[in-house]
Ligand binder design. Structure first.
Ligand code: ADP
Ligand code: MG
Length: 238
């Protein structure tokens, strides 16, 4: 355990919560499929970043997480890779339809970037990814969602619009990611986030990532997540 503490220290990782899994050292320490390992190698990701070292084993074990690390630290893969594993673990005959993984991001640019990252890892597993954000034709989005997907990457307002239009249901959703939670809060999306969370089954796994953690965001996180483990990398602002 002394070794784990030293290793965390060397990665500038601080954790709080119960039964925190030990951080990994390589991607091989994760239960990834050969296809996923190939896709990671193809991206040129040789070893996990600090946030990935600690977040991956937590998320893969099914726990909720609050992940705080600065921009550029590799938070996207920390939630996308376990999401692929989560989706592949679902029983084949899920009666419900609609996405299994739901990712909310504050802006269309960010949602698009996450969409591209998801596609890279989802492709080889036959997992379908849809992007839902403003500035795209609602009719085209409606049609795409109606065709079905396992992952949806969305800005909160447009996602709510699409659910209202019955383009998708949240019945099958069990993995929710709130990315850049601080920015979503700053942009006034708290009511939309609460609405989306309220539509997803309470036994879901919830992940919240942010570059900073102001008190109001921490409070929202504590309401929405169940017994989350909190992981911080480096020094972060409030
Ligand atoms: P954040 O969301 O924390 O701002 P991103 O997920 O956008 O960071 O990642 C920043 C950059 O680092 C991206 O270009 C991404 O492809 C790259 N990256 C992520 N994980 C790794 C890794 N393990 N090894 C090398 N590059 C990585
Ligand atoms: Mg990010």
């Amino acid at each position: 355990e002394q070794e784990v503490t030293e290793y965390r220290k060397s990665l500038a990782i601080r954790v709080s919560g119960f039964d925190v899994p030990r951080p990994i050292k390589t991607f091989d320490d994760c239960s990834f499929s050969p296809q996923l390992k190939n896709a990671i190698a193809k991206q040129g990701y040789e070893k996990p970043t600090s946030i990935q070292c600690q977040a991956l084993p937590i998320v893969l074990s099914g726990m909720d997480i609050i992940g705080i690390a600065k921009t550029g630290s590799g938070k996207t893969a920390a939630f996308v890779l376990p999401m692929i594993v989560h989706i592949m673990d679902q029983p084949e005959l899920a009666k419900e339809e609609g996405p299994i993984g739901v990712i909310c991001a504050p802006t269309r640019e960010l949602a698009h970037q996450i969409y591209l990252e998801c596609k890279k890892f989802a492709k080889s597993h036959g997992i379908r990814v849809s992007a839902v954000y403003g500035g795209m034709s609602k009719l085209d989005q409606f049609k795409e969602l109606k065709a079905g997907c396992e992952i949806v990457v969305a800005t909160p307002g447009r996602l709510i619009d699409m659910v209202k239009m019955k383009a998708l249901t949240m019945l099958r959703a069990t993995y929710l990611v709130l990315d850049e939670a601080d920015r979503m809060f700053d942009l006034g999306f708290e009511p939309q986030i609460r609405s989306i969370v309220g539509q997803i089954r309470p036994d879901r796994q919830t992940l919240l990532f942010s570059a900073t953690m102001p008190r109001k965001v921490e409070k929202l996180a504590r309401e929405i997540l169940s017994d989350p483990i909190r992981v911080t990398v480096g020094e972060v602002g409030m």
